[in-house]
Write a protein that binds this ligand. Structure first.
Ligand code: NAD
Length: 290
């Protein structure tokens, strides 16, 4: 298949490389000078999109996605599929899908979970929004770049699933970290805390699979000086998107809002920038109630 791939950063680079490795013809474009094994570089997004059966975008945010879509949609062939794998606001996903469909293209919003490790290993999870026909055309590529693809519904449904999942993740990570810090102050051993909670009703992915306490539970960024992993600023981005969506949909999300505010403070006023999002634990550890 001839594939255009726009946005070859930390995630897009290895995803495009995996498509090329699987035997597809991949024409890439990035604003920055990059070289990706097996990928032929084009001089512009429009050039990468011309003649491609599928164009994949993996960009920083919705504003950039909208600008890139405006440029590439007119260059794409009738019936081709535009697959956006970036994490963006639901509104941008729907606007881009509508513009693509109006030009006779198929479209899928397909944000991913699995991080840079999953992108390299080809083990991402895709959550997709779009018509069944569009999803069916993109699915063989999801199978190369990932291990699971869930068709969540119409345009925007992939982004909706992604931000709801990450809102739960942000809230439970904070709850897990503050509970560890409280347990410390109550004189409870961290290993005992883990042994109880990981097999009791307080368990979660944050506790069981990504324990924020160093030396406790499975290997996680906490065991590596809180080097990301999943950076606190990326969690802040996703929590911002879920609050933006909650406002637009008039949904009451007080815990999501609080989680957003705490990560905002952590990233922008404290020392959280560049740290893994589980570094909330050392943050709470240092604090009292004041
Ligand atoms: P990144 O900053 O490494 O890559 C983005 C790339 O887009 C950069 O190479 C940049 O030069 C390029 N770019 C920006 N504007 C462009 C334009 N107009 N035309 C062409 N290229 C342009 O970011 P990333 O970590 O690869 O993340 C990409 C997306 O994936 C984001 O939406 C992010 O939220 C999401 N995501 C990231 C992770 C992660 O762990 N990094 C996990 C899940 C989802």
């Amino acid at each position: 298949m001839k594939i255009g791939f726009i946005g070859l950063g930390n995630m897009g680079g290895p995803m495009a490389a995996n498509l090329a490795k699987a035997g597809h013809e991949v024409i890439g474009f990035d604003m920055a000078e990059v070289t990706i094994e097996g990928v032929t570089m084009a001089a512009s997004g429009a050039e990468a999109a011309t003649g491609a059966e599928v164009v994949i975008t993996m960009l920083p945010n919705g504003q950039i996605l909208r600008a890139v879509a405006e440029e590439i949609i007119p260059a794409m062939s009738q019936g081709a599929v535009l697959v956006d794998c970036s994490t963006v606001d639901v509104e941008s996903a729907r606007v881009v899908a509508a513009a693509a469909n109006a030009s006779g293209l198929l479209s899928v919003d397909a944000p991913v979970s699995g991080g840079i490790g999953g992108a390299s290993a080809g083990t991402l999870t895709f959550m997709a929004g779009g018509t069944a026909q569009a999803f069916a055309k993109a699915e063989p590529l999801f199978d190369i770049m990932g291990q699971k693809a869930v068709h969540c519904g119409d345009a925007g449904a992939g982004q909706a699933a992604k931000i709801c999942n990450n809102m739960i993740l942000g809230v439970t990570m904070i709850a897990t970290c503050e509970a560890f810090a409280l347990a410390d102050k109550l004189g409870l051993d961290r290993q005992k805390m883990f042994d109880v909670v990981s097999t009791s009703s307080g368990y979660s992915w944050s506790m069981n699979a990504y324990c924020p306490a160093p030396g406790v539970g499975p290997q996680s960024p906490a065991d590596n000086g809180y080097k990301p992993g999943f950076a606190a600023e990326l969690m802040l981005k996703d929590l911002g998107l879920s609050q933006q969506a909650a406002e637009a949909a008039d949904a009451d999300t007080p815990m999501g809002q609080l989680a957003r505010d705490l990560y905002d403070r952590f990233v922008n006023q404290e020392d959280g920038k560049g740290m893994d999002f589980s570094a909330m634990l050392p943050r709470f550890e240092k604090r009292g109630r004041g």
